[in-house]
Design a protein around this ligand. Structure first.
Ligand code: HEC
Ligand code: HEC
Ligand code: HEC
Length: 437
């Protein structure tokens, strides 16, 4: 008897420790999945507490505010049951029955598995610090603020999608990549064009080649590029390894991340495991071209030769030599890992030049990340170059070295982007020339 009790107790403590352990594991997995879903990006206002909401998001009818999803019982989701939580995240229905604005990417999250939803729930309930912060009403005036039309939208455009099921016999790495891209990654929320009624034209590849073929209009002043296999403005010429490096470090030998994608790398993708980054890359590489007839890039040395000879008669060439060539080089090849290649770069060749105008006006900073800690800055030119000069230099990089972008841009296109820009355009950036932290 004397022996039995301690043995039994020992058995019980081991069991309790095990149960706790698997609980802790589930919470940890939930944290990882919350990163894959980038929940923090939208649910945190600038300088605010993580997940406490209050970030304003523009919609065509007025600003709305993300909500507090910390486990605070009064102002957050502390009293949400698992079912309340999964209904909000996967189906866009709040606990009180209201339909959520699709600024919350629930049409993508619909494919997330029950097991992953359980882990996310465990993390939000037990891993996130509760913060008391009341939700803010939207600025949308009545009657547009009524939520019932959102329920109709949801019924039409976010039909009850089932959790993701890999196709029988599918390569498990591809299936994992597809699951992450379509679901938690909600890549289509930015990279798929939208219809007039604002739904994504395709929620997955089986719904057509609009899927991930690039945003139809700029998001916060940046166009989200074509991620399909197109040879000129898509990822057709990138290798799987190019993509893995971009996703994990925001840079590779061809490009460096900027605009709205910077946050995605910083808050979400840099934290993914090497296996998951590879899965995403492999899945993106499996997508066919939107336009299989697109002629690929082929290099043409004429412009670089002219510049070497001191001939800058091509419009925009003198601005390029004065302001850009020190970093991006006269042949547009840049310096790998520091200054992106402009020659044959899909973002330079995409039809919508908004991002290019924007980056010349405002500059950009490539943030340091875990696996590539140096931060590098492109200075802003908006304060120094006139609209016509910006138009000239952007047209120049789009039609030199073999680049053959079709749309010509004008000074008024530049003026339009200038107006919508949130960044300061004052005398910033010059003294920050390629600061390496
Ligand atoms: C692209 C922005 C965006 C991302 C990413 C995002 N959310 Fe949201 N979410 C919102 C907005 C905006 C709302 C409020 C919508 C409304 O008021 O109709 C919301 C609402 C919610 C709600 C409903 C809260 C309530 O008060 O009923 C939950 C729960 C939620 N989000 C959880 C998540 C989780 C979990 C993730 C990550 C897996 C996530 N969200 C990622 C924008 C986002
Ligand atoms: C908030 C909007 C947003 C979301 C969400 C988003 N992206 Fe992006 N992405 C952009 C923008 C804007 C660009 C263009 C800037 C750049 O190339 O760095 C871009 C660029 C890229 C590029 C580089 C393309 C090129 O030709 O240089 C890749 C690759 C990419 N995104 C992959 C993804 C993947 C994978 C996901 C989902 C896990 C994703 N993005 C989610 C906005 C977004
Ligand atoms: C001091 C060096 C420097 C100068 C000068 C400079 N850039 Fe950049 N450029 C960069 C860096 C660094 C990046 C990456 C920024 C980031 O990722 O946030 C970049 C990014 C870009 C990109 C986006 C390409 C991509 O794939 O990420 C374009 C387009 C661009 N620069 C064009 C220009 C033009 C046009 C000029 C002249 C008006 C110019 N740059 C001057 C350093 C420079």
């Amino acid at each position: 008897m004397k022996m039995l009790i301690p043995a039994l107790m020992l058995g019980m403590t081991t069991f309790a420790a095990l149960a706790n352990d698997s609980g802790a594991d589930q919470i940890k997995r939930g944290e990882y999945l919350a990163r894959a879903g980038d929940c923090v990006a939208c649910h945190t206002k600038k300088g605010g507490e993580p997940f406490a909401g209050g970030l304003s998001m523009a919609t065509p009818i007025g600003d709305i505010y993300s909500t507090n999803i910390t486990p605070d019982k009064k102002t957050g989701i502390g009293d949400y049951s698992y079912d309340d939580f999964q209904k909000a995240v996967r189906h866009g229905v709040a606990k009180n029955g209201d339909t959520l604005y699709p600024a919350m990417p629930y049409p993508s999250y619909a494919v997330v598995s029950d097991e992953d939803m359980q882990a996310l729930y465990a993390w939000f309930m037990h891993g996130v610090k509760p913060v008391e912060q009341a939700n803010k009403e939207s600025d949308i005036p009545w009657p547009l603020s009524m939520r019932w039309p959102l329920a109709i939208w949801r019924g039409m455009f976010a039909p009850d999608v089932k959790a993701f099921q890999p196709i029988k016999g599918q390569d498990p790495v591809l299936a994992r990549g597809q699951y992450l891209v379509e679901g938690l990654g909600h890549c289509g929320a930015c990279h798929t064009p939208r219809s007039l009624t604002m739904q994504e034209k395709a929620l997955n590849d089986s719904e057509g080649s609009d899927y991930l073929s690039g945003s139809s209009s700029p998001i916060d002043g940046w166009t989200a590029s074509n991620l399909r296999g197109d040879n000129r403005d898509g990822l057709g010429r990138w290798s799987e390894d190019d993509l893995v490096q971009f996703l994990r470090m925001g840079r590779n030998d061809r490009t460096a991340v900027f605009g709205g994608m910077t946050d995605v790398i910083q808050h979400s993708l840099q934290h993914l495991s090497a296996e998951d980054a590879t899965a995403i890359a492999r899945y993106l590489k499996s997508l066919g071209a939107r336009d299989p007839n697109q002629v690929g890039f082929s290099e043409d040395a004429a412009v670089a030769k002219a510049l070497w000879k001191g001939d800058d008669s091509k419009p925009g060439a003198s601005v390029y030599v004065d302001s850009c060539a020190a970093c991006h080089k006269t042949d547009g090849s840049g310096y790998h890992r520091f200054f992106p290649e402009l020659r044959g770069n899909p973002v330079v060749l995409e039809e919508d030049p908004t991002s290019l105008i924007h980056i010349v006006l405002s500059g950009a900073t490539l943030p340091g990340v875990k696996d590539a800690p140096s931060s590098i800055t492109m200075p802003a030119f908006g304060w120094r170059l006139k609209d016509q000069q910006v138009a000239d230099v952007v047209n120049f990089i789009r039609t030199s070295w073999g680049n053959t972008a079709k749309t010509q841009i004008s000074a008024s296109d530049v003026a339009k982007v200038r107006k919508t820009m949130a960044e300061p355009q004052g005398d910033v950036g010059v003294e920050k020339l390629n600061v390496v932290k």
